[in-house]
Design a protein around this ligand. Structure first.
Ligand SMILES: Nc1ncnc2c1ncn2[C@@H]1O[C@H](COP(=O)(O)OP(=O)(O)OP(=O)(O)O)[C@@H](O)[C@H]1O
Length: 408
């Protein structure tokens, strides 16, 4: 389930329209009937053009047939969703080229991308359920027992939630990446040129950094929020170098916090547990890495709770509702994240190194043999090294252009 941009340059205007039609149809159909794809894609050439595109898309695995269905139809795959999201980012000029994968996220792919001017950014592709052994239990009835569709829906929710929080936190001046755009299950944000705390072996003064991280956690609380996964992978440490008048350089370590799909309100039923867990996590990291143990106990949830909204701190825990996420969506996402946490505890080895051969969860059993992308003629795996230019794709709605995508 990695991002594979290889087929992107081969897609025609018609193929893009048909892909968008399958996505549109998926809102009401688990399996989108071919007749509906025809209607939604509104191609001038009629049914034969649509069929040609369907076959092209299925061949490269962007849509898939499900066996043993009563009618002829297709569903969007993660690959298809990736392409549609990238297409939108390209149209909005946020992404022009896709580079290598940098992140080690378990529930996401983190890619370096660049815009037309060459400015580098981060593309985060949410992949909830990637390593899941179980079907997620959402309360979205029609998705019950439809694992891939559920996880895809939940990945969209994760991106929506992360973008909403990143935007609100950024506006409040928190040290987080600059949010740039969200499309479907993906987010474009600024690239933070800093390693995660995980990779830092020593710091000049652990007490200072510890105090700063605790202060940050309390600042979240004051705005009504708990990060929920405040660990050494999600705190990047930037080195800011400043030069004094006499030419001496000094380095300040600035933490930048990432990863917000699991953020919760200080009012949450289990808020205290999550708050304590975040505090404990930082304490553990500092004890293990830097042999630093604070002499100050806490901080404690009950004290932090009293500060919520104080000193004019804007409550940010209502951000989600404002972003269009309903209570039910938030609940679905939370249930899925909790389920993944449980699985992580039960099967830690499965989460150790996600770069090892991942299973293709697009479900080989589900895919129709004829239409699956097995016969990919390139068969090589050079994408991680080279940069694929996707910028010159014109609009899906546009009449001309978008014939071929070129490799840079
Ligand atoms: N904006 C960014 N700038 C630089 N590096 C980033 C950025 N966002 C993410 N990364 C890198 O990617 C890694 C994973 O990112 P992130 O934590 O958002 O993904 P995730 O799937 O939620 O991870 P996990 O669930 O394993 O914590 C980070 O540890 C960091 O190295």
């Amino acid at each position: 389930m990695k991002l594979d941009t290889r087929a992107m340059r081969h897609l025609t205007v018609e193929d893009w329209k048909v892909l968008a039609a399958v996505e549109q149809g998926s809102k009401n159909h688990e399996l989108v009937p071919t007749t509906i794809i025809e209607r939604l894609s509104r191609l001038k050439g009629g049914a034969s053009g649509v069929h040609r595109s369907i076959s092209n898309l299925a061949k490269v695995g962007l849509i898939a047939k499900i066996k043993e269905q009563k009618y002829d139809g297709y569903r969007l795959t993660y690959g298809g969703l990736d392409y549609l999201a990238l297409h939108t980012h390209a149209q909005k000029k946020n992404v022009y080229s896709v580079g290598s994968r940098v992140g080690v996220g378990k529930e996401s792919d983190i890619m370096i991308v660049a815009d037309e001017k060459g400015a580098q950014k981060i593309l985060k592709i949410h992949r909830l359920g990637r390593i899941s052994f179980r079907t997620v239990k959402t309360n979205r009835d029609y998705l019950k027992n439809k694992p891939s569709a559920s996880w895809m829906y939940l990945s969209r929710l994760a991106a929506m939630k992360e973008f909403a929080f990143m935007t609100a936190l950024h506006e409040e001046g928190f040290p987080v990446p600059t949010p740039i755009a969200q499309s479907r299950h993906t987010i474009v944000m600024s690239l933070v040129d800093a390693p995660p705390l995980r990779q830092i072996a020593s710091v000049p003064d652990p007490a200072v950094l510890y105090a700063e991280l605790i202060a940050l956690l309390l600042r979240f609380a004051k705005h009504g929020l708990i990060h929920g996964d405040y660990n050494e992978f999600n705190i990047l440490i930037r080195e800011d170098v400043s030069t004094a008048d006499d030419g001496t350089e000094s380095i300040t370590l600035v933490p930048v916090v990432i990863d917000f799909p699991q953020m919760i309100s200080m009012e949450h039923a289990n808020a205290e547990m999550y708050f304590d867990r975040d505090v404990e996590c930082i304490k553990r990291v500092f004890a293990r890495k830097f042999h630093f143990v604070s002499t100050t106990p806490g901080p404690f949830y009950k004290d932090a709770k009293k500060t919520v909204g104080k000193d004019g701190a804007k409550r940010l825990d209502a951000v989600l509702e404002a972003s269009g996420m309903t209570k039910k969506m938030a609940k679905d996402l939370e249930a899925a994240i909790r389920q993944q946490e449980e699985e992580k505890q039960q099967n830690p080895e499965a989460y150790e190194d996600e770069d090892e051969d991942e299973e293709d969860e697009e479900g080989s059993e589900e895919n129709d043999e004829e239409d699956s992308g097995e016969d990919d003629e390139e068969g090589e795996n050079k994408e991680e090294q080279r940069v694929l230019v996707i910028g010159d794709i014109s609009s899906i709605e546009g009449e001309e252009g978008m014939k071929k995508l070129s490799i840079g």
